[in-house]
Design a protein. Structure first.
Lengths: 336, 308
C-alpha cells in the first residue's frame, strides 16, 4: 500500500475504480430493472395490448439503436466526405481527389491492397494445410489449440509480442534480444532494422495478421472437411491419388463454399486492420493502411472531410466482396 | 451394438490409413512456430529487467533468473497522469460486462421477434439487419461521437439532447452494443428460428402470450447459442482498441487496458520489462476464457461461417 501515498492529495486509483464500479452497478441494475418491469407490466396486459406491446419491447429497442447508431452515422459520413475539414462547406470531390493524388495516401492505398491480397491468401493456405494434415490425426487438439490461440489475443497484445520478435539491437557488441535478429545472425547474416526498413516492414506486419487469422481459417475449414464423406476420399485413394492430388481434386472442390466464406471474412477483417499497424509502427516508415490513416485524419488532424472520404473508400473496397458473398448465399438458398 | 462397434473400428482403421507421420510432424512444427512468440513474451515477463535488456529470452533456460518485479512494477507503480495498470484492468472489466450483457439481451429479444412474430416485411427487415453487418466501424465513428458529444439537432429541433456523458463509460457501452447487434441478431435468429414449431404452438394453445412464451420456452432453449455469442462478444470487447480509444474520449479514468498498452508501446519511456508483463496481464483473461470455453467459442464461429 506504500506506493499509494503519492496519490493521497488527489483521487487514488481505488477512488476512480470505486466511482467507475458504482456507475457499472447502477447501469446493470437499471438495465435489469427496466427489463424486469417491462416483462411484469406487459405480461399482465390484455391479450390485445400484448399484440402491439410485444413489438415495442422485443423489436423496437434494437431497431432504434441500429437506426441511430449505424444507419444515420453512415449517411452523415457520406455527406461529410463531400465537405471540408470542419464540415462547414461542401467541397465536391476534393477529398477523394486528395486521396488519389497525394503520394502519401497513395502509399496507404497500395499497402492496403498488399494486405488484402497476402493476408487472406497465406492465412487460408496455411490454415487449410494444417486442417488437412490433422484431419485424420488421432489427437489433433493440442496442435489446433496452439494455432488457434492467437485468436484470443488482442491485436495490441499481438503487436507487443511481435515487436519483441522483431526487436533490433543497433549496437553490435550487445547481445540480441529479438528472436528474428538472433536467428539471422545464427545463420551468419546481418539483420536489418526490421520495422524501419520499407518495404520489408509491411510484410513483417502482414505476418502478424496471418499469425492471428490462420487459426480461424483452420478451425472453419477443419469442420468443413469433417463433412467430406470418407468413402469419396477412400475411392480417390484406391485410384492411386497422392495426398496432394487428393487435396486439390477432392477436398478443396468439396469445401469450396466454406473456403469462400473464410476468404471473404478474412478480407473484410484485413481491410479494417488498425491496431496492428498502430502499435507496431504507428503507420510510419511507409507501413500505413487506410483504417489507420482514417483514424489519423479524423482524430489527429481533426479533418472530418478527408477522414470520412477514407472511410467511404474502405467501404467501397468491401462492396465487391459483399456482393459476391450475398450471391453465394442466394445460390445456396435456391439449391435447397 | 456390434454394428456400431464395428463402425467405430472401421473409422479407427480409416484414420490409420489416412494419417501420415510426415504430415503430423509438419503440423507439430507449425504449431511450435506459432507458439514461440507468445512463449517468448511470457518467459521475458518473469525475467529481471537487467536480463531482459541484455540477453535474448532463450538464454533464460541456461541462466534461469525468475523475478516478478516487472508485474509488481507495471501493475502498481504509477502517477496520477500515468496510473498503474491495475486501474486499467478494472476499467476493462467495467467496459466489458455491460458491453456484453446489453447487446446479447437486445439481440435475443429482436431475434425472437424476427423469428416468431408474424408481420409484414419481416424477411426484408431481417435481411436488412444481416446486411448491416458489413458497415465498417470506421464509417460511423465521427457522426456517432458527435451524437454523444452534442446530441442530435435537425434544424432547430432537438431530437436527442446533449446528454453530457462524454468521458464516461456510457458511450463505450452504447457503441459496443450497436456494433454487436447485427451479428448477434443474425446468429441468434438462426438458432431461435430452429425451435420446433409444435413446441411454440402447444404453448400458445395453453394460453401463453408472447412474453410468457419468451421467458418459459425461447429463452431457456437459447442458452447454448447465447453462451457461444457471449464468449465471442467478450473476447471482442476485451480485445478491442478502436472503440475504447475513440469513445473513451481520451480519459484515463475509463480507458481499457488495450488503450493503455498501445500508449505504453508508443512512449519511449516504457522498457520491455513493463511491456512484456503488461501485455501478458492484458492477455491473461481472454486466454483463460479461451482455453476453458474453447468448444463453445468454436461452435459460435462455426454457426457464423459454415453453411449448408
Amino acid at each position: 500500500m506504500m506506493q499509494f501515498a503519492i496519490f493521497a492529495a488527489r483521487k487514488t486509483p481505488w477512488d476512480i475504480i470505486g466511482e467507475n464500479f458504482t456507475l457499472l452497478a447502477a447501469a446493470l441494475l437499471a438495465f435489469a430493472s427496466v427489463v424486469v418491469v417491462l416483462f411484469l407490466v406487459a405480461g399482465r396486459a390484455t391479450v390485445r395490448a400484448q399484440e402491439w406491446l410485444k413489438y415495442l419491447v422485443f423489436l423496437v429497442p434494437a431497431l432504434l439503436l441500429l437506426l441511430v447508431g449505424l444507419i444515420y452515422p453512415t449517411i452523415r459520413t457520406i455527406i461529410f466526405s463531400f465537405m471540408d475539414a470542419k464540415s462547414e462547406n461542401f467541397v465536391g470531390l476534393d477529398n477523394y481527389v486528395w486521396a488519389f493524388t497525394i503520394p502519401e495516401i497513395l502509399v496507404v492505398l497500395r499497402n492496403t491492397a498488399v494486405w488484402v491480397f497476402l493476408v487472406p491468401f497465406f492465412s487460408t493456405a496455411i490454415g487449410l494445410s494444417i486442417a488437412y494434415m490433422t484431419d485424420h490425426m488421432k489427437r489433433p487438439n493440442v496442435i489446433k489449440s496452439l494455432i488457434f490461440m492467437p485468436m484470443a489475443i488482442s491485436f495490441v497484445g499481438a503487436g507487443v509480442i511481435w515487436r519483441f520478435v522483431y526487436a533490433f539491437e543497433p549496437n553490435e557488441n550487445r547481445a540480441d534480444i529479438g528472436l528474428l535478429s538472433a536467428i539471422v545472425k545464427f545463420f551468419g547474416g546481418t539483420p536489418p532494422n526490421w520495422l524501419l526498413e520499407s518495404p520489408g516492414n509491411t510484410y513483417l506486419l502482414i505476418a502478424v495478421m496471418v499469425w492471428i487469422q490462420t487459426g480461424f481459417a483452420m478451425v472453419i475449414l477443419s469442420a468443413a472437411m469433417k463433412n467430406v464423406p470418407d468413402e469419396i476420399v477412400e475411392a480417390a485413394m484406391l485410384d492411386g491419388a497422392t495426398p496432394i492430388k487428393r487435396l486439390f481434386r477432392v477436398t478443396i472442390p468439396m469445401i469450396r463454399a466454406t473456403l469462400v466464406v473464410v476468404l471473404t471474412t478474412i478480407i473484410i477483417g484485413t481491410l479494417k486492420v488498425f491496431d496492428i499497424v498502430r502499435t507496431m509502427t504507428g503507420g510510419n516508415f511507409q507501413t500505413n493502411v487506410i483504417a489507420n490513416e482514417m483514424y489519423s485524419q479524423a482524430f489527429r488532424q481533426m479533418n472530418y472531410g478527408t477522414g470520412s472520404a477514407l472511410a467511404i473508400i474502405l467501404f467501397l473496397a468491401m462492396i465487391p466482396v459483399i456482393i459476391y458473398n450475398i450471391r453465394q448465399l442466394r445460390l445456396e438458398r435456391t439449391e435447397r | 451394438m456390434t454394428a456400431s462397434a464395428a463402425s467405430v473400428r472401421a473409422k479407427g482403421r480409416a484414420k490409420n490409413i489416412f494419417s501420415s507421420p510426415i504430415a503430423s510432424a509438419a503440423a507439430w512444427i507449425i504449431a511450435v512456430v506459432w507458439t514461440v512468440p507468445t512463449f517468448g513474451l511470457l518467459v521475458s515477463s518473469i525475467r529481471p529487467e537487467k536480463d531482459i535488456n541484455s540477453s535474448g529470452w532463450w538464454t533464460f533456460f541456461s541462466n534461469p533468473n525468475i523475478s516478478f518485479e516487472n508485474y509488481q512494477k507495471v501493475l502498481f507503480e504509477g502517477t496520477t497522469t500515468n496510473p498503474p495498470l491495475f486501474q486499467f484492468f478494472f476499467n476493462s472489466l467495467a467496459v466489458t460486462l455491460p458491453a456484453v450483457i446489453f447487446p446479447i439481451t437486445l439481440a435475443v429479444f429482436a431475434a425472437y421477434a424476427l423469428a416468431w412474430f408474424d408481420f409484414r416485411g419481416r424477411d426484408t427487415l431481417f435481411f436488412g439487419i444481416f446486411a448491416l453487418q458489413v458497415v465498417p466501424l470506421q464509417l460511423t465513428l465521427v457522426p456517432l461521437l458527435q451524437l454523444f458529444a452534442k446530441g442530435l439537432q435537425i434544424g432547430d429541433v432537438t431530437i436527442i439532447p446533449d446528454l453530457g456523458i462524454t468521458g464516461t463509460y456510457i458511450p463505450i457501452w452504447i457503441a459496443h452494443t450497436i456494433f454487436a447487434l447485427p451479428l448477434a441478431i443474425f446468429l441468434l435468429h438462426n438458432f431461435i428460428s430452429q425451435i420446433p414449431k409444435e413446441l411454440i404452438e402447444a404453448a400458445r394453445v395453453d394460453g401463453a402470450g408472447p412474453f410468457t412464451l419468451f421467458s418459459k420456452i425461447v429463452l431457456p432453449l437459447s442458452v447454448p447459442a447465447i453462451a457461444s455469442f457471449l464468449i465471442f462478444q467478450f473476447l471482442w470487447v476485451w480485445n478491442d482498441l478502436l472503440v475504447g480509444l475513440t469513445f473513451g474520449a481520451g480519459s484515463k479514468e475509463v480507458a481499457p487496458m488495450t488503450v493503455r498498452i498501445a500508449e505504453m508501446v508508443g512512449t519511449r519511456g516504457s522498457g520491455w520489462e513493463v511491456l512484456t508483463a503488461g501485455a501478458f496481464i492484458s492477455m491473461a483473461v481472454p486466454l483463460i476464457v479461451f482455453f476453458a470455453l474453447q468448444r463453445y467459442f468454436v461452435r459460435g464461429l462455426l454457426a457464423g461461417s459454415v453453411k449448408g
